[in-house]
Design a protein around this ligand. Structure first.
Ligand SMILES: [Ca+2]
Length: 191
């Protein structure tokens, strides 16, 4: 009986952790708002025309929204197609522009997932004429709820004076049978 109780407790804890919120403590350092989506939308979604960079993406929208915000009144709503058996299960939303992000050590983002699905979210910067791929090791499994995540770009310091693209990406291995969405807001640079 004791063993059964212990087993049930462990199961309950596992279930809790699967839906618990991810709140990464912000590293110390000056914080600068990069995009809070209050001054327009500069983000686009990778879709059919993105095939030259890899397989078809399931991202199909990037729109300003007032449904949720962690800073100001707007966030960016990122939408995805259903993830069927033949789907790439990979989505990407990006901001193209030449930015001097010198001195940036970390990128912090608030993410709201209203769905009953878990998403694997990571960030990538591409820099210089060579579009060097700068991908930090962090990747977060985000269940339903509001999360704050931090990506560590310290190993790419020498490239950050000439950033050409900032992308938020979602890779999943499960099959989700309906279109879904997440929201991002308050993208901060920590220097
Ligand atoms: Ca905002």
């Amino acid at each position: 009986m004791k063993k059964l109780f212990l087993g049930m407790t462990i199961l309950a804890l596992c279930a809790f952790s699967a839906f618990s919120q991810v709140n990464v403590e912000l590293p110390k350092g000056p914080v600068e708002l990069f995009d809070g989506f209050e001054k327009g939308n500069y983000w686009i979604w990778a879709g059919f025309d993105y095939d030259q960079y890899g397989p078809h993406k399931i991202s199909n929208g990037a729109n300003l929204s007032m449904d949720w915000a962690s800073e100001g009144r707007h966030s960016l709503e990122l939408t995805m197609e259903a993830m069927g058996p033949g789907s790439s299960k990979s989505a990407s939303w990006f901001y193209d522009g030449t930015n001097d992000l010198s001195g940036t050590k970390y990128l912090a983002v608030d993410i709201y997932n209203p769905e009953d699905y878990t998403y694997n979210i990571y960030a990538v910067l591409q820099a210089t004429n060579e579009w060097k791929w700068c991908q930090p090791p962090q990747s977060y499994q985000l269940g339903k709820g509001v999360h704050t995540v931090v990506y560590d770009f310290r190993e790419f310091t020498s490239f950050l004076s000439d950033v050409r693209r900032i992308s938020i990406n979602c890779d999943n291995w499960m099959e989700y049978n309906k279109e879904s969405h997440i929201y991002i807001d308050n993208i901060r640079l920590i220097k």
